[in-house]
Design a protein around this ligand. Structure first.
Ligand code: NAG
Ligand code: NAG
Ligand code: NAG
Ligand code: NAG
Ligand code: NAG
Ligand code: NAG
Ligand code: NAG
Ligand code: NAG
Ligand code: NAG
Ligand code: NAG
Ligand code: NAG
Length: 493
């Protein structure tokens, strides 16, 4: 069992490292960590589906991660991340790692660098000629499960320290949460490559983005390959394969970037919303390691748009059903073998007057930058026009989901932003042909009563509810039976 746990790690970590870094950078990685060499990755147990990734040469780009032919139409699926046929190797780590007799330090940590690697790091002054990357695997030290005989002094408390992590879902809730996260990783991978295929370097240049910015988006796609691989390893053998996707029409690069900014935002909020609720807290710890990277992607897309990079103090959490409601419209078809998604689709909500880039109010003349001082995009007191559908619509991949709401009369608009869920009155409600319209007013206020952290900024969530239920991030799901429609994304700044 222990072997398979290690396999989860080893199968995941090197894949990101192998995902297309230029040789020089990859060499720098490989001299400071003990695990990026390819031979160790094949030590994943039979429980984990390693992709057929790694050849003996660390400079050889491998399988899907390096595939640079993106999809070419709006509904084209990504096939690149799903070639995860499990390998048959069940060889434990120790037998496949090269022996390394030169290391005298304790082998209990896989991150212990070999002595030769350590010395090559310190012997690399900037003026030295650029070294040629080794084409042979660098020997690493195989880790053993030997327990520490003398526990290091630490404060009483905490949880999970006596538990041997298995990194497996421990409930259907866990499985469904992680499967939702996998859907998110797969669409991000497809979307990033789709944009790079639709727009050429001249198009990006017209939005003041360079070929190096394009390479960063391609690297983000490679990160998604690694993030999908992590979740696939955890969920194996019950794995969602890539679907076909349909995106809004992107008239220009900025529209593509803006959509990326929004899609990564709800992926981020949906994931951080469930981590603390997972039965499998060992798995939550791994997903945390990938979601913080996705948060960086989200911020970079804002910077590509010329927006203020992070005009908030806290990233809001949403529930899985809110996440699925936002995500599922962009998934058109999925292969028949994919696991069922059991989250609820709430009726669709639209913000009719969402500021839209390049909207006049969004000052679309600002160029990409690390930061700009932004003027207000929207403001407290601005009237918001909303429109929503009745429950019962067929949505999601293959139209196989039906929107549902158990709420009563629509009365409020919930604003999920920062740490708060705040309500405003719903006004001017009128319905015809199964569509209901209403208005509300953007709230002011702050997260803390001492005036710190303006409440609504960045990309936030609005919903129609039948009651103003007091909820905080950890019990946000208590609002769900009161949702009439939504959420919809609202760009406040
Ligand atoms: C780039 O694509 C645009 C259309 O999006 C096209 O007009 C232009 O000719 C292309 N430029 C190059 C160099 O291929
Ligand atoms: C939102 O953040 C931007 C950038 O910091 C700032 O200019 C704007 O005043 C903020 N809006 C509110 C309502 O605080
Ligand atoms: C969804 O539709 C596609 C295309 O018609 C089909 O190949 C696929 O098997 C369907 N998936 C499900 C889950 O029915
Ligand atoms: C795979 O997921 C589906 C949907 O949650 C579930 O019904 C099924 O039992 C799972 N199968 C395995 C082998 O875990
Ligand atoms: C900015 O927005 C205006 C009004 O929507 C539009 O005419 C113009 O083309 C946009 N400029 C850019 C650079 O996107
Ligand atoms: C940017 O905004 C901050 C906060 O509103 C303000 O203090 C600062 O003077 C502004 N800086 C510039 C260069 O406009
Ligand atoms: C909505 O969900 C409730 C409770 O699960 C169920 O009784 C009802 O049939 C569902 N309505 C639709 C339209 O699916
Ligand atoms: C909506 O209702 C509010 C409050 O009753 C009112 O001030 C506003 O003018 C109305 N807006 C529209 C578009 O009717
Ligand atoms: C709702 O608003 C839409 C425009 O967003 C309009 O076409 C429709 O007629 C409105 N319906 C009602 C009942 O007011
Ligand atoms: C946000 O939530 C905090 C904690 O519940 C509360 O003190 C604060 O008043 C809320 N802010 C607004 C604008 O509702
Ligand atoms: C959610 O938790 C807060 C405390 O954090 C509590 O005040 C509120 O009543 C809870 N909401 C529900 C619906 O249980």
């Amino acid at each position: 069992m222990r072997v398979s746990l290690i396999g989860v790690f080893l199968a995941c970590t090197p894949l990101v490292l192998a995902a297309g870094l230029p040789p020089l950078e990859r060499r720098q990685e490989s001299t400071t960590t003990a695990t990026p060499t390819s031979t160790t990755t094949q030590s994943a147990s039979s429980q984990t589906p390693t992709t057929t990734t790694v050849t003996g040469s660390p400079t050889t780009t491998t399988e899907s991660a390096s595939s640079s032919s993106p999809s070419s139409s709006a509904s084209q699926s990504s096939t690149s991340s799903t070639s995860s046929t499990p390998t048959s190797s069940s060889t434990p780590t120790s037998s496949s790692a090269p022996s390394s007799s030169s290391v005298s330090s304790t082998p209990s940590s896989s991150s212990t660098p070999s002595s030769s690697a350590a010395s090559s790091t310190s012997a690399a002054p900037s003026s030295a000629p650029i070294p040629t990357p080794s084409t042979t695997p660098i020997p690493t030290v195989s880790a053993t499960p030997a327990p520490s005989p003398t526990p290091v002094k630490k404060p009483q408390g905490g949880q999970g320290f006596k538990y041997t992590p298995t990194y497996k879902p421990q409930s259907d809730f866990d499985f469904q949460s992680l499967n939702l996260a996998l859907h998110q990783e797969l669409i991000e991978l497809d979307l990033f490559r789709f944009g790079l295929a639709q727009f050429n370097a001249t198009d990006f240049q017209n939005s003041e983005l360079t070929p190096e910015d394009m390479s960063l988006i391609e690297f983000m796609a490679e990160q998604e390959v690694g993030h999908a691989q992590l979740i696939e390893n955890i969920l194996y053998p019950n794995i969602t394969k890539a679907c076909t996707y349909s995106y809004p029409t992107f008239p220009g690069v900025r529209d593509f970037i803006d959509f990326c900014q929004k899609l990564t935002r709800f992926g981020e909020s949906g994931t951080i919303g469930f981590l603390a609720h997972l039965n499998a807290q060992d798995t939550a710890a791994l997903i945390m390691n990938s979601i913080v990277t996705e948060s960086r992607q989200q911020m970079i897309f804002r910077q590509f748009e010329g927006l203020f990079p992070m005009p908030y103090y806290f990233v809001p959490s949403i529930t899985q059903s809110m996440h699925w409601t936002l995500l599922s419209p962009y998934i058109s078809t999925c292969p028949t073998g994919n696991p069922t998604v059991k989250w609820t689709n709430f009726p669709t909500l639209r913000v009719v007057n969402n500021p839209y880039y390049p909207d006049i109010g969004l000052d679309n003349t600002t160029s990409p930058a690390i930061t700009h001082n932004r003027t207000l995009v929207t403001y407290p007191g601005r009237e918001l026009s909303l429109s929503w559908d009745a429950p019962g619509a067929q949505v999601g991949f293959n139209g196989s989901f039906t929107t549902n709401s158990t709420a009563g009369t629509p009365q409020f608009v919930a604003w999920i932003s920062q740490l708060n869920t705040t309500y405003t009155a719903l006004t001017n409600v009128s319905a015809a042909n199964g569509v209901t319209n209403g208005t509300t007013v953007q709230p002011g206020g702050t997260v803390f009563d001492n005036g710190i952290a303006p409440l609504v900024n960045g990309t936030v969530y609005v919903l129609i509810t039948d009651a103003a239920v007091a909820v905080t991030p950890y019990n946000l799901s208590q609002i769900e039976s009161h949702i009439v429609a939504g959420p919809a994304l609202f760009t406040a700044g």
